[in-house]
Design a protein around this ligand. Structure first.
Ligand code: ZN
Length: 379
């Protein structure tokens, strides 16, 4: 299926977006949980957790989690509301194209559902040795996760389609000359004539670069996969977390955290964390490498399976960020200087880099490469 228009009217989407923005503010302004140890209590909110991580000197971790857990989801919602509002008002501002291009670029990097799962894992981890009270912010994030999952169906392409229906922008494919080569814009899905001889041209509607195939896909994917495999080693060897108590300091690695959860009896969460932190990154590295090595034409059925495999890898990518969020939240909650303190270790930032690098590799891969091998399509 190429496209299905939404049954929800424009006003419905605007209402949902405004609701999500309000819930976003509530979830971030309220504390997520209260932790008490020996009569001391600490309340943590997401902005507080980010600020604390920054102050502790874990800048990479703070920037990374701040972007994917706070700033990009917020920008997504603001861009979406602005786009919907402009279409409804029947007047697009001159920045509409740029705004929609950014909206399209940010989409894969907004990770509130992953953050929500991270919150649950962090809470279960604490339940073993401290008294933890969930607060209002936790419910805020639960509702926000549902709203953002519904809104994630609203891509930049869909916004452009609504603008087309309102006769505010040129209709896709309307001016195409079928005698010449045709390309579709990645950002706005505008089908247009583009010269085959040039490596890239500007989209006639939104100004994004229109390419027949992603630029230097093969070498980019290999470079990013290689970088990710290198960073993968410190991510697993170095501790992602240090627990400092009066009796001493203990280090925790990713796999160590999974074993700990298992021993605590939460085998379900242990499996989830194991899948997200160990299986998903490994699968991504191996699948992308396999797709790169083996794209010989074996018929449309095999090629469709390969495309599905790629889409699955792209979809599961962001879930490996789970453990990084868990570390961030545990740092903020167990902040009792002198009694018991959790500090993020160097492994956490490395692990976040692996996630970012493999996501970039998946985004650089062009699934059309494989279809190009079809002998029937060769000129
Ligand atoms: Zn375009």
């Amino acid at each position: 299926m190429l496209y299905r228009q939404s049954a929800v009217p424009l006003d419905g989407w605007i209402a949902l977006t405004i609701a999500a923005l309000i819930v976003f503010c509530i979830a971030n302004a309220s504390p997520i949980a209260t932790l008490s140890i020996q009569g001391n209590t600490v309340q943590a909110s997401l902005p507080g957790a980010l600020w604390l991580t920054w102050q502790q000197g874990n800048w990479i971790l703070a920037i990374m989690t701040g972007l994917v857990g706070f700033w990009l989801p917020l920008s997504q919602l603001l861009f979406l509301l602005w786009g919907l509002w402009s279409i409804r008002a029947g007047r697009l501002s001159a920045d509409f194209e740029l705004g929609m291009r950014l909206f399209h670029r940010f989409a894969p990097w907004s990770m509130v559902p992953v953050l929500m799962l991270g919150l649950l894992v962090a809470i279960v981890k604490f339940s073993g040795f401290a008294h933890l009270e969930p607060e209002f912010g936790l419910w805020g994030f639960a509702v926000l996760t549902v709203l953002l999952t519904i809104l994630s169906r609203f891509s930049a392409h869909r916004l452009w389609r609504y603008a087309e229906d309102a006769l505010l922008v040129p209709m896709s494919g309307g001016l195409v000359n079928l005698e010449q080569s045709i390309a579709s814009c990645d950002a706005c899905a505008y089908v247009q004539n583009a010269p085959l001889s040039e490596p890239s041209a500007s989209c006639q509607r939104c100004g994004e670069r229109v390419r027949f195939r992603k630029a230097d896909s093969t070498s980019r994917v290999w470079a990013l996969l290689l970088a990710a495999s290198i960073v993968y080693i410190p991510a697993n060897i170095l501790p992602v977390m240090q627990l400092r108590t009066a009796t001493g300091v203990s280090m925790h690695t990713i796999v160590g955290g999974v074993i700990e959860l298992w021993n605590m009896g939460s085998w379900d969460l242990a499996i989830i964390v194991f899948l997200a932190s160990v299986v998903v990154p490994m699968t991504k590295l191996l699948v992308l490498a396999a797709l790169q090595i083996n794209h010989r034409w074996r018929g449309p059925v095999i090629q469709r399976q390969r495309t599905r495999l790629y889409e699955a890898v792209e979809f599961i990518g962001q879930w490996s960020m789970l453990d990084v969020f868990v570390v961030l939240l545990m740092t903020a909650l167990a902040n009792f200087p002198g009694i018991s303190e959790i500090v993020a270790g160097p492994g956490a930032a490395s692990f976040g880099m692996v996630v970012v690098l493999t996501m970039l590799a998946a985004l650089s891969y062009d699934p059309r490469q494989g279809w190009d091998q079809d002998p029937a399509l060769r000129p």
